[in-house]
Ligand binder design. Structure first.
Ligand SMILES: Cc1ncc(COP(=O)(O)O)c(C=O)c1O
Length: 394
């Protein structure tokens, strides 16, 4: 028999991480296929449908022939809409050549790191944090320097600690607020402190604000709004979370024009462009009625309240009230179980799919992440499952 030749992967592939949420989803679906009843609290996407006006705009665009390639950096009408939206919401002046539209928020992480970071550089990133940051930093061979998000500070970072991590090799600092997985939100004074810590150094900031519309208490603050920071900031935002458009693959970066041309070149080399009819729908998303965003946010807040109150009743669990996004991040150290083992046991024994805090970096040990992008009925079912499990096993 013909033996297939050895697969000789590039060494860099051993440094590439992943997003465990997709793996847990596969495992949960396999259990469902065997007849098990599972409550899905693992994946980070709104359970709502994309608003009707946006779907209509996309189908209309398809009929009108938006089925071809477009410019790599995005259709001018969408770039114009984004420039206006970001100018208003972040109180800065954004022009068309500072906007790059990409398929989802994720490519902005990949492209910014590819465009800016050398192997000898250091990148500071939040931990626990969205796993793609660490994955991309190590993939390109740079040093990933975690800044710990502290539970006692409602999962914000300590600005003095951040200042202590900055050195001459720091090329990029990644911020994420509202934050995945903790729901932490940076305050205005945090943002000002971070800008002060950077001072005059030639360091860029990748500010991941994909959850900026999902905020329950207070306001969203962007480092881009701070005097002198616009030229150093790459703003990442998009449509996935605010408009329940995860499957459309639509996001964008706003950055200085001389960097935007390089990011657009990476787009030419990879995706060519973002789907044209999706982009036309993006114009409708930003310009059309916004009540669905507000309704979705209000619903997430209700669910968060139910989930946090319920978790705090369960032996071994304690949970802070997240201020944004749609996740809760309970501390489970008093269960005596390691996070991964506990997440596996809850899926296998209680039918509740959540993620281990360690899926978001080493500082996630001692925590689990549950998404509240599910109905209150299912959240209550999950709480009953976890509670039963805890009373039998702890
Ligand atoms: C913090 C953060 N940034 C970026 C993304 C990527 O979003 P998209 O699906 O638009 O690529 C996610 C998705 O979960 C996220 O949580």
């Amino acid at each position: 028999m013909h033996k297939s030749p050895e697969l000789r992967l590039a060494r860099r592939m051993s440094r590439l991480g992943t997003e465990t949420a997709f793996e847990v989803l596969v495992k949960a679906r396999a259990l469902e296929a065997k007849g098990r009843d599972i409550v899905h609290l693992e994946i980070g996407e709104p359970d709502f449908d994309t608003p009707r006006n946006i779907i209509d705009a996309a189908t209309d665009a398809l009929h009108k022939g938006f089925t071809h390639y477009g410019p790599s950096a995005g259709l001018p009408q969408l770039k114009e809409t984004i420039a206006q939206y970001v100018s208003e919401t972040r109180r800065v002046n954004v022009s068309l050549d500072e906007v790059v539209v990409v398929p989802g928020g994720k490519p902005i992480i990949f492209f910014s790191i590819l465009a800016l970071v050398e192997e000898s550089d250091e990148v500071i990133y939040p931990n626990p944090g969205f796993p793609i940051y660490e994955s991309m930093i190590t993939y390109i061979g740079a040093k990933a320097v975690p800044i710990r998000l502290r539970e006692e500070m409602d999962f914000r970072l300590d600005v003095n600690e951040l200042a202590g991590l900055i050195n001459d090799r720091t090329k990029l600092i990644i911020l994420n607020s509202p934050q995945n997985p903790t729901g932490g939100v940076l305050t205005k004074s945090d943002i000002e402190g971070i800008a002060d810590a950077i001072g005059d150094r030639n360091i860029m900031v990748l500010s991941d604000e994909i959850y900026s519309r999902l905020i329950f208490e207070g306001e969203h603050h962007s480092i881009m709004s701070i005097n002198g920071m616009k030229e150093r900031t790459i703003l990442l935002d998009g449509f996935s979370k605010a408009y329940a458009m995860t499957g459309w693959r639509m996001g964008y970066g706003v950055m200085r024009a001389d960097l935007a041309t390089h990011v657009a070149r990476l787009q030419t080399n990879s995706n060519s462009c973002t789907a044209s009819f999706s982009q036309v729908a993006g114009v409708e998303a930003l310009r059309g009625p916004q009540d669905s965003v507000d309704q979705m946010c209000a619903e997430f807040k209700k669910r968060r309240d139910v989930m946090v109150a319920g978790l705090n009743q369960i032996k071994g669990f304690s949970c802070r009230l997240p201020k944004g996004a749609f996740y809760v991040f309970p501390n489970i150290t008093k269960t005596g179980w390691p996070s991964k083992k506990l997440a596996d046991a809850l899926l296998d024994d209680a039918g509740v799919a959540g993620l281990s805090g360690t899926a978001f970096g080493n500082f996630g040990e001692g925590y689990l992440r549950f998404s509240v992008a599910n109905s209150i009925e299912n959240i209550e079912k999950a709480l009953d499952g976890v509670s039963d499990w805890a009373s039998k096993n702890l």
